[in-house]
Design a protein around this ligand. Sequence first.
Ligand SMILES: Cc1ncc(COP(=O)(O)O)c(C=O)c1O
Length: 391
Amino acid sequence: MIEKGLNQQDILNILEEKLKSDHCYESGQILGSMCTDPLAFGKKVYLKYMHKNLGDPGLFPSTAKLEDELISEIGELYHGKNIIGTFTTGGSEANIIAMRIAKKLRPDIKKPEIIVPASAHASFDKGEDFLGLKIQKANLKDNFELDLEHYESLINKNTCGVVGIAGTTSLGLIDPIEKIGKLVEGKNIFFHVDAAFGGFMLPFLKELGYDIPKWDFAVKSVSSITSDPHKMGLGIIPTGGFLIRDPSVLHKTGFEIPYLAGGGFKHFHIVGTRPGGTVISFWAIMRLLGMEGYKKIVKECMESTEYLEKRIAEIDGVKLAVKPKMNIVGLTTENGESICEIDDKLREKKWMLGKFLDYNLIRIVIMPHVTQNHLSRFCNDLEEIIMKHDR
Ligand SMILES: Cc1ncc(COP(=O)(O)O)c(C=O)c1O
């Protein structure tokens, strides 16, 4: 700890220097992240309200009401009525909250299990560890889609919850949510949909005329949904979202903290103190963009995705793992060789992609900060790397 404080400008200069190795969204080289630069207006609103603490909502009742309103509005977008829920630190927290609820609702099961597709996000492995329950992973088929027969075979008397994904982390695929719903109908099994990424893509893709299967509260056995504003919602990092159909679950499974200045309240969170500013900011973002604004952003991302698809088809040596369903593109080698060397070379040129070793693919997420110009430069570098590699 320094003895005497520095002046503000000196501190800012030091920070500039210390943070210079960070990648930035504007470069277009962050190609493998599901986050992006939050909307400028959202940042402005956040700065104004970042002191609000939703960990003690009795002190900030108007912010708490705004949160409820916003959750209910997003719930309606997902074909639900009077949906409740909460904003979280991200999709991981939301998924772990869902797993805990699934376990809590079935105290009769001594060794609770949750079934997830093999493509499920790592947060489910974390949840397994934290919550002392078992996750059963259902296989994928060769085309990376869920093997529903195997999924069904995993359902047994210990199953307290099942999970479907609407926008997988690796490839943006949508699990057959309606079919999973049928498997658990009337069985007292909690059905969680992880739409951490898809939640702010799918409603707009549908409006734009894309063929999107039912994935949300329109499927009557869906119990809860994860959907993250800090991904395609363009919200402040971190803002995740958890929505649940049955409000009585909060009273049955919620935690209570008795000592708070604002009074006790029931909540689902893992964290205590949590930002109100991110929620207020997202309320403002949704009002600024509206359906039209989000549709425009999603349309541009999809046009860039289609551009990338075409360019990749022209490059010998790599191919798409599957035809993209949303703005996520998986690349693999044409001859089955490891993709790792190509990824290493791309990193040397500062192209930062996601790598999925199980599937031998690298992933590009065409977020709003990625333009066709960036993708064109990326494809030129990729082509050059492959040509050198083949020589
Ligand atoms: C489908 C899915 N679920 C959950 C998460 C976890 O979200 P977060 O990183 O916000 O915790 C991700 C992150 O990429 C994801 O793709």
